[in-house]
Design a protein around this ligand. Sequence first.
Ligand code: GEM
Ligand code: ZN
Length: 375
Amino acid sequence: MRISSNFDSGNIEVNNASSPNDIRLSIKKDKQSDFFQWFHFKLETTAFLSHKLVITNLHQSAYPDGWKNYQAVASYDRQEWFRVDTEFDGDSLVIQHTPEYEHVYYAYFAPYSYERHLDLLAWAQQSPVCQQQFLGETLDGRDMSMLVVGEPEEGKKVIWVTARQHPGETMAEWFVEGFLERLLDESDGVARQLLEKSVFYVIPNMNPDGSVRGHLRTNAIGVNLNREWATPSLASSPEVYFVKQKMIETGVDMFLDVHGDEALPYNFVAGCEGNPGYSPRIKNLEDKFKQNFMLATPDFQDSFGYPKDKPGEANPTVATHAIGQHFDCLAFTLEMPFKDNIDLPDSAYGWSPARSKQLGEDVMIAMRAVVDMLR
Ligand code: GEM
Ligand code: ZN
């Protein structure tokens, strides 16, 4: 029996793998950080034998509530990621699984590899309405890549979408894949009308270094990018520095920052109610967007989410708050669940790449409902 994780987004510590019925594992912290929660590893073993994999020390993980009613995902072909029997006892996550093949992968959520990221960029730039732009280099020397969709023109609204500031939240890049597939679909009327009225700036992966490193929440030097938006720096957060610099160049009429949430079994958004500049205009835009997003799909809801920030008490280092305030624009953090949408559960797959992609398509209905009133 052998457990490995030396691959793109791999993360596990093997403490004891001598018996299939008591495999002891733990999760490595993000580099120079105390955050840990993302795991992704491969088991090579005897097929059709019952295995018990125990991931320990999770009471110290970033979001211990994320393990309650959570089911790990597994895959044989690295394409289909299905849920496996998982229990949490308050500190250890116990995965019971009888693999059907000798090689099987386990992960916190379906991984989105760096190669798939590069493939997405390469595919998108072939569209006549899409251009790929290099914004700058990350600390590990990877490209910060942006896709411009539509022709920038006077009078068009400027809509920004960023994803995966937190690299372990891979559902965010699956969402962007679905979003782009619809936006670049020349037969889709909603996409075509949006592109007549607006130009899109899309960052499919805000944190390529943390993604490859198998981090949950930080970049190559343990910095949480979603606390860098007030004063980003080339030394600590070049990812945010380059993107914010570009936003100042283009302006922003609407901003969506796509994430995943460890604990809440829902899709939801968090807005700018705590910003000093929050106004009835922005509240009206937020409400109209959410109403139309709920009409577009039962997978989105607005009853459960983060506690509302008190007036003037929004954290100004958070992307949505910083950009919403700076540009006086509609700005949302969009959250998808690592678990499932409890209102519409799927016992085999839970929340999944396919459902993340579908939500990325559905969000366009909400964008269409507000695009004419963004300014
Ligand atoms: C969250 S967003 C910050 C909290 N926002 C509000 N409005 N309470 C973060 O960065 O902690 C997004 C995430 O991590 O998924
Ligand atoms: Zn996040």
